[in-house]
Design a protein around this ligand. Structure first.
Ligand SMILES: [Zn+2]
Length: 265
C-alpha cells in the first residue's frame, strides 16, 4: 500500500527521469484533461508532500517560465503507481490503467490508476491543508506534535492517519507505530507520549524512504518485515499472543487496524 515512503521513492525516480528535461510528448487519459498538451515544456522539479506528488512544469515561453507554469498533482491512493521506462519499452501494467504519459527524449513516465490527477497553478494552496511532511528535509516536528496534541480526544490510531496533523502515514504504518509504542490504537491522544510517537514515525518512514520493500522490524524477508499489519491470528513476534484485527469506529476512519493485545495497552 502506498504510504509516504513509497511516494518519496516515486518522486526520486521521477526526478531522475524528468527534472530539467523537456517533455517531447504528453497524454492525459482522463476526460477533464483530455485536451491538455504540455509537450515542449521543461519539467522544473518533482516533489513529494506526504502522500501527494507534484511535478512542476514551466510555462510555454522559456523567457518567462513562471507564466503559465503548472503542477501535475497526483495521489496514488490504494492502487496507483508511477513507472519510469526507457522510451519504447513495454509497460508492466495494462495500457487501460494508464492515466497519464509524460515522455522526454529518453524516458517515459506513466501514471497508472492514480487516485488523484489534476493540474494546479497553485499547488501550495491545493496542499495547504496538509500537516508537516514526515519526509521533508525541513521536517517540522514541533508543529506535528502541536497539531496532534490539539486533538486530545482522538484515538491515537486515528490521529496518525489524519494528514492534516502530519503527512505521510498510511494504514500499515499506523498499526506498526502503535505496536512499537506499546499503545493500543484506541488510546486517546491525551494519554499518549506524542513527541515520542512522532519521532518514531519520522524514524520509520525515513529509514524506509529508499528501500524497495518496507520493513519495520529491520528484517528483509517477506514474511518477517512487519510486526502486526496483515498478521491477524498469527503469533506476536515478541509475546506469542495472536495478533488481532479491528476497526477504530471513529467517524471517517473505518479502515482496519492490527494490534497485539499482549504488548499494547
Ligand atoms: Zn505481543
Amino acid at each position: 500500500m502506498p504510504e509516504g515512503d513509497t511516494v518519496f521513492a516515486t518522486a526520486t525516480a521521477l526526478r531522475t527521469a524528468l527534472a530539467g528535461k523537456r517533455l517531447s510528448y504528453t497524454q492525459f487519459r482522463v476526460p477533464r484533461l483530455a485536451t491538455t498538451d504540455l509537450s515542449g515544456r521543461i519539467v522544473v522539479a518533482v516533489r513529494s508532500r506526504g502522500k501527494h506528488l507534484l511535478i512542476d512544469v514551466a510555462g510555454p515561453d522559456e523567457r518567462r517560465p513562471d507564466v503559465g507554469a503548472v503542477s501535475i498533482h497526483s495521489h496514488l491512493k490504494m492502487e496507483g503507481a508511477w513507472h519510469v521506462y526507457p522510451v519504447g519499452r513495454r509497460w508492466r501494467r495494462p495500457g487501460f490503467q494508464a492515466r497519464v504519459v509524460l515522455r522526454t527524449d529518453d524516458a517515459e513516465a506513466v501514471g497508472f490508476d492514480l487516485g488523484i490527477l489534476e493540474l494546479s497553478d497553485d499547488p501550495e494552496a491545493a496542499l495547504g491543508h496538509l500537516g508537516p511532511d514526515l519526509l521533508a528535509l525541513d521536517w517540522d516536528r514541533d508543529e506535528a506534535v502541536r497539531r496532534i496534541e490539539q486533538r486530545p480526544d482522538d484515538p491515537i490510531g486515528t490521529a496518525l492517519l489524519n494528514q492534516r496533523l502530519l503527512a505521510g502515514i498510511g494504514n500499515v504504518y499506523r498499526s506498526e507505530i502503535c505496536f512499537l509504542r506499546g499503545t493500543l490504537p484506541t488510546r486517546d491522544v491525551r494519554d499518549v507520549d506524542v513527541p515520542a510517537t512522532v519521532d518514531l514515525s519520522r524514524r520509520l518512514l525515513w529509514a524506509n524512504r529508499s528501500r524497495t520493500a518496507r520493513t519495520t522490524t529491520g528484517q528483509t524477508a517477506a514474511s518477517a518485515r512487519l510486526w502486526v499489519y496483515g498478521r491477524r491470528g498469527q503469533l506476536c513476534r515478541r509475546c506469542r499472543t495472536p495478533i488481532e484485527r479491528g476497526q477504530l469506529g471513529s467517524i471517517g476512519d473505518d479502515r482496519v487496524i492490527y494490534f497485539c493485545p499482549g504488548c499494547q495497552t
